[in-house]
Design a protein around this ligand. Structure first.
Ligand code: RNT
Ligand code: ZN
Length: 420
């Protein structure tokens, strides 16, 4: 589509929305202010650079063998930058502790420091984006038996506590150096495959481990800790000490953020209804937007009802200042740069749809008790010309409009990925 058609389509769309009392210009300005934390691990199937041959453990799984996986931090940064060139707006990037660049010497996870991530910090600084951090409690010999912070062996538990402390310090240093607070997420794979006798013991150990991690003096202005629950994992089907109740209680009591991952609940449970419930008791939430198919399969996020409902909840309830929006999926069966692009663009489109919703009208109908009008309007607005608004947004922010981005990815695949 040429530029003048894009602008004409937008002008018509703007008029249609105005008739519903919606200001699309204001919606687009708001959208530009919302950062999405893009997860690094889509780019290399959660391998990292500590010991990429070690293989992914912890009951999470990247399936597929599409060529072109990033094998070095430079490759990963180049791929992510390519994806960001196709995503409107300025976002954040989320790295894991195993994405360190220690140089010639191997550095153990309880010894890592911000200097091992200095390339990442410099890169983020150059791009003018914030960085988020994740401690890595998996893909390591000391996690091989399925326990880390809940380990009964005090030496192993100590090792992982020290890892958590090291990561919080790194988070604070990242935040300070970028002048942009870093969200540090903590997820552990601990759990039992089969019938479990002692459900209490590992939870008490986990609570004590977390208390020790949080007791380390770390500047809360620059590092925001968040704890992530899970219902089950592969190999921890029967019992996971870090369950939702556990972490909801922990976060509420200790003032941390709470991470809600879309794939970490029973398949009929959605994040949408948890956000307002949890925010009555915790200061803030980190979302791991993901898409589980039958299990926590971490498929690429798409613009489906679940994603739309999350975005609607954030916008309708004005939670965007208390919710950090992050992505968590990894698909190795398609072009990885495309996987990033699709997921982030879909997330932004979901936010846009929520921002151009005539929420005031819907709310009035609900308060009046006119549920007929509420349902009728909700159906009617589904086909308002939001596509024209989105295209205009991409055009205005110098990223490919429509499927044009795919051509760029194909070219990048030919020029860069295929040569790996
Ligand atoms: C695992 C958790 C966790 C990881 C990433 C790699 O089930 O969702 O967030 O996916 O940290
Ligand atoms: Zn997650």
């Amino acid at each position: 589509m040429n530029n003048s058609n894009l602008e004409k389509s937008y002008a018509l769309a703007k008029e249609r929305y105005a008739a519903w009392g919606v200001d699309t210009d204001a919606a687009l300005e708001r959208l530009l202010q919302i950062p999405v934390s893009i997860h690094c691990w889509q780019g290399d199937d959660v391998s990292g650079f500590e010991n990429p041959e070690a293989g992914l453990s912890g009951g999470i799984l990247a399936t597929g063998n599409y060529p072109g996986r990033a094998r070095t931090a430079d490759e990963l940064r180049a791929d992510a930058a390519q994806a960001m060139r196709m995503i409107p707006g300025r976002h954040r990037f989320s790295i894991h502790a195993i994405y360190l660049e220690p140089g010639a010497q191997r550095v153990e996870r309880d010894q890592i420091e911000a200097k091992h991530f200095s390339h990442w910090i410099d890169w983020a600084g150059e791009l003018g984006i914030g960085l988020d951090f994740n401690s890595t409690f998996f893909s390591h010999p000391k996690a091989a038996d399925g326990f880390t912070l809940c380990h009964r062996d005090p030496a192993i538990r100590r090792f992982w506590i020290d890892h958590g402390i090291a990561c919080r310090k790194i988070g604070a240093e990242i935040g300070k150096r970028l002048d942009n607070p870093c969200v540090h997420n903590l997820w552990i794979p601990d759990g039992m495959k089969d019938l479990t006798i002692d459900r209490k013991g590992p939870r008490e150990l986990l609570k004590d481990s977390l208390d020790q991690i949080l007791a380390a003096p770390v500047d809360r202005r620059w590092n925001l800790d968040s704890v992530e629950s899970k219902l089950f994992g592969i190999g921890s089907e029967t019992y996971v000490p870090g369950s939702h109740e556990f972490y909801l209680g922990y976060a509420a009591k200790n003032g941390t953020l709470l991470t809600l991952d879309a794939g970490h609940f029973h398949p009929t449970e959605t994040l949408t209804d948890k956000i307002s419930a949890c925010l009555c008791f915790v200061e803030g939430i980190l979302l791991h937007v993901s898409r589980g198919i039958r299990w926590d399969s971490d498929h690429v996020v798409i613009l489906n009802d679940d994603l739309r409902a999350i975005a609607e909840e954030l916008v309708r309830s004005a939670y965007l200042d208390r919710v950090h929006l992050g992505l968590d999926y990894f698909d190795a069966s398609i072009n990885r740069v495309a996987a990033w692009t699709i997921g982030v663009r879909s997330t932004l489109r979901a936010l846009l749809l929520a921002l151009v919703e005539p929420t005031a009208k819907l709310r009035e109908a609900e308060i009046r008790g006119d549920y007929t009008a509420r349902l009728a309007m909700l159906e009617e607005i589904k086909t308002l010309p939001s596509g024209a608004v989105w295209d205009y947004y991409c055009f205005r922010h110098d990223v490919p409009v429509g499927l044009a981005w795919l051509e760029e990815v194909k070219q990048y695949e030919k020029d860069v990925l295929a040569k790996r």
